[in-house]
Design a protein around this ligand. Structure first.
Ligand SMILES: [Zn+2]
Length: 275
């Protein structure tokens, strides 16, 4: 599944490659998939996209917005899989969940894994969509400061007991982070996934905040993780610090441990990330 850095990479590449192109034909999937969320019929999608021009793409959390000018916005949300540019129509995959052909005979296709939203809104209406409406600040926004982060932790602590992994990955408190990046963030911050955020010292909070910023910068700077694909079908350049391939901690050499915790496996170093 794409996390924030992969979406940032896709948006940057779209702004280089797709910006200004005019749509000749838009189609929704030819490959049935009950977990792809559409808000338009294929006929509506085709009629509404025809003749529209691609604007500047942008990202919020795990949502990618592509203005279709005038008046519309194409939204990809919580997807994985492949969102690909095709420089010729020969490159279009046989199966797709969404396909846009441009008037210069290039194309964009999308094929998600697991699930994902592929929706078309009249500009402004997307802000009313569940998960977009009321989305909290994401860590790449300038207002996501240490003061904001610290107040978010205070707010959580007033509500219920919550762990570091819970803060990073649950309830969209910090939109855009998923299991994979959260794992490396916790490792870089030397915090155990189950560490209660109510017990964080000022220094640990600061370390966690810095680690969120640094890890995201690092992953986005390398074009996403190397187990995800970019717009051109190339794998990203970021190798996860912790994954099922990791045998031992690169700092202390201790065997990396795996536990099932809060929706998925979590790898951690039991020495560097003591509970
Ligand atoms: Zn270690």
């Amino acid at each position: 599944m794409f996390e924030l850095p992969e979406y940032i990479t896709l948006a940057d590449q779209m702004n280089i490659t797709l910006y200004g192109k005019t749509i000749k034909e838009g189609s929704l999937g030819n490959s049935p998939h009950k977990f792809v969320w559409y808000n338009r019929s294929p006929q509506e999608f085709s009629a509404l996209t025809r003749g529209k021009t691609i604007g500047k793409a942008y990202v919020k959390g795990r949502w990618l917005f592509i203005p279709l000018n005038p008046d519309y916005v194409l939204v990809f949300g919580e997807c994985g899989g492949k969102i690909l540019f095709h420089s010729t129509l020969d490159g279009i995959p046989q199966k797709y969940h969404l396909l846009v052909i441009f008037d210069d005979d290039t194309a964009l296709s999308a094929m998600t894994q697991m699930w994902g939203a592929m929706e078309l809104y009249r500009r402004g209406d997307e802000l009313q969509r569940q998960y977009i409406r009321g989305m909290r600040l994401t860590p790449v926004e300038p207002d996501f400061t240490y003061e904001y982060f610290s107040s978010l932790i205070d707010e959580c602590n007033r509500a219920e007991k919550r762990s570091v992994k819970g803060l990073l990955t649950q309830d969209q408190l910090i939109p855009g982070l998923g299991n994979a990046i959260a794992q490396d963030i916790m490792y870089n911050a030397r915090l155990h996934p189950k560490h209660s955020i109510g017990d964080l010292t000022e220094e640990e909070k600061r370390r966690l905040f810095d680690s969120i910023q640094k890890t995201l910068d690092d992953v986005a700077g390398r074009g996403g993780r190397d187990d995800e694909y970019d717009l051109y079908g190339k794998k990203g350049g970021y190798t996860r610090i912790l994954s099922k391939e990791t045998e031992s901690c690169m700092v202390c050499g201790t065997k990396v441990e795996k536990m099932q915790y809060l929706g998925g496996s979590t790898y951690y170093c039991p020495k560097c990330q003591r509970q």
